[in-house]
Design a protein around this ligand. Structure first.
Ligand SMILES: NC(=O)c1ccc[n+]([C@@H]2O[C@H](COP(=O)([O-])OP(=O)(O)OC[C@H]3O[C@@H](n4cnc5c(N)ncnc54)[C@H](O)[C@@H]3O)[C@@H](O)[C@H]2O)c1
Length: 387
């Protein structure tokens, strides 16, 4: 398949607007706005309900979009899911990390398809419970990794799967930001009781997905992990000072940097580092090393899972060392719109989830392993139960 063929694939498919998908939104904060923006572009969506833990927040949220008739008078997401008059087909779960698992389980048990924001959950145990509910319900659960929709990300997978790299034996991945602790709307990302994981969960999950999806999600076996929080706990952290919130330093109770050495099935080593804040431009590009060729995927200044520029493949031609540059494919559609559209198509056609939980379970197992290893200060085994 050539690059031009991909452009054909990017052409929008015709949507059957006569068959509407009835949507509810759980958690109406920052990212819920992106879900709304994408839903509102779809001709086959009716936003029918919303719930937020903070009284009045959901109502104000929908009013901002001029949607007066969305039902929001619910004390909890459970009450919304129990309202059978809504005839919900699906929900977007846009709650902070610690509130991913329970609403997802409740929605699946109520027979509703689920678009769950990333990271999947905080712990591996939670992810396992969500998948059990998914299996019992037979409903669709897709995890909100919009970088998956990027043709450049898909190109990494094509290259790995084509065999051109030979046997892959070592991967370095991660990403960072010099000053990028996310506090634009308060402290839900930086407090343990709401976030559970810091940079590790927020942007580390993207780096892991970029490479693990490319190589077919081999099982993780062991991990030696490290976490720190030198920037987030410092009242003089420059961005706290700039926004006038030095007290955020006291609230900061997650990681702002994490690193790990992970062994994957098939003898592959995964070397990982992630930073919300650091005194460095980047903690390194993503590299995938193989016996026939290696691939360098440039990082970005503000890591969010995007391919940062043309990729380079280092290989040999007739005994000579050479490099091939893989140009960036310009995306015609917004990745978030594609994330929502592919989910809706799966709901309507009873298809498979665009980003399946069975894959992201391994991603979650690594995040969980890093957190456990960092806590006990030694390598730990990763045991993933059969579900
Ligand atoms: N895909 C992306 O690009 C992207 C970008 C930003 C955030 N996120 C993810 O989205 C999630 C939410 O982030 P955010 O920035 O919107 O946070 P936020 O704090 O702005 O919003 C979360 C909202 O959820 C509500 N909430 C929590 N538990 C609830 C429950 N059980 N029922 C109803 N409401 C509940 C909170 O009151 C809050 O209003 C996080 O997990 C984050 O990782 C994804």
């Amino acid at each position: 398949m050539g690059l031009n063929d991909f452009e054909k694939n990017q052409e929008k498919k015709v949507v059957d607007a006569s068959k509407k998908v009835r949507i509810g939104i759980i958690g109406t904060g920052w990212i819920a706005g992106s879900h709304m923006a994408s839903y509102l572009k779809q001709p086959d969506v009716e936003i029918v309900a919303g719930a937020d833990l903070i009284p009045g927040k959901a109502k104000a949220f929908f009013e901002k979009y001029g949607l007066e008739n969305v039902k929001t008078e619910y004390a909890s997401h459970k009450e919304m899911l129990a309202d059978k008059s809504l005839k919900l087909d699906a929900v977007s779960i846009c709650t902070y990390n610690r509130q991913h698992a329970q609403p997802a389980i409740d929605a699946l048990k109520a027979g509703v398809n689920v678009m769950l924001e990333k990271p999947f959950t905080v712990t591996l145990d939670e992810a396992v419970e969500v998948i059990k509910a998914e299996k019992e319900s037979g409903k669709i659960l897709s995890i909100g990794f919009q970088p998956r929709m990027d043709a450049n990300m898909q190109m990494i997978k094509k290259i790995c799967q084509s065999g051109q790299l030979g046997q892959i034996y070592y991967i370095q991945t991660g990403g960072g930001r010099r000053r990028g602790i996310p506090t634009p709307y308060g402290t839900t990302f930086i407090e343990d009781e709401t976030a559970g994981l810091g940079a590790l969960g927020d942007i580390g999950c993207y780096s892991l997905d970029m490479v693990l999806n490319a190589i077919g999600y081999p099982k993780p076996l062991t991990v030696s992990g490290y976490k720190s929080a030198f920037f987030g706990t410092d009242p003089n952290y420059s961005n706290y000072v700039k926004i006038g919130h030095p007290e955020y330093a006291e609230k900061f109770s997650v990681d702002d940097f994490a690193a790990a050495f992970v062994r994957l099935e098939g003898g592959i080593i995964l070397d990982f580092r992630i930073a919300w804040a650091m005194n460095l431009d980047t903690p390194g590009d993503t590299i995938i090393m193989g016996t026939k060729a290696s691939l360098r995927i440039p990082s970005t200044g503000c890591w969010n899972g995007t391919v940062g520029g043309p990729m380079t493949m280092y290989h040999e031609v007739c005994g000579e060392q050479t490099q091939t540059q893989i140009p960036i494919i310009e995306m015609k559609e917004n990745l978030f719109d594609l994330k929502i559209r592919t989910f809706l198509d799966a709901c309507k056609e009873n298809g498979t989830a665009p980003v399946p939980s069975s894959q992201i379970l391994y991603n979650q197992a690594i995040l969980d392993g890093i957190a456990r290893s960092a806590k006990c200060g030694r390598e730990v085994e990763i045991v993933i139960p059969e579900i």
